[in-house]
Write a protein that binds this ligand. Sequence first.
Ligand SMILES: [Zn+2]
Length: 127
Amino acid sequence: MSKKVEIEASCPFCGFNQTVTFYSSVNVSLEPELRVKIFEDEINQFVCLHCGKNCLISADLLYHDMDHKFAVWFCPKGEIPEEEKKMSEKIIKAVGLGDYLIKAPITYSWDEFKKKILEFEKQKRTH
Ligand SMILES: [Zn+2]
């Protein structure tokens, strides 16, 4: 249930365009290697082929761990609009996924995002 697309991204430093892979959701229970990629900073960021700088793709990403039953949002652009939230709640309910998805915390920076994932994993392990 990971969702990825190829998009044309432009470098915020030099404006160079290149095709990169973007994930809008990552399910680490089905694809554990994606968790590794997140912690190696290889998801939703790319190295510009022109200037060599590391660029973050500023779009929302949902991290989903079914085994540990938690999810975390990464929203680099800020708060998720209310409408979008309601829409995803509907989808979550329709698909019959857990409530924890609705309660998924929102993080605004990549470091915060990774920290939250580690916190959840720690909590779930001690239970
Ligand atoms: Zn560049």
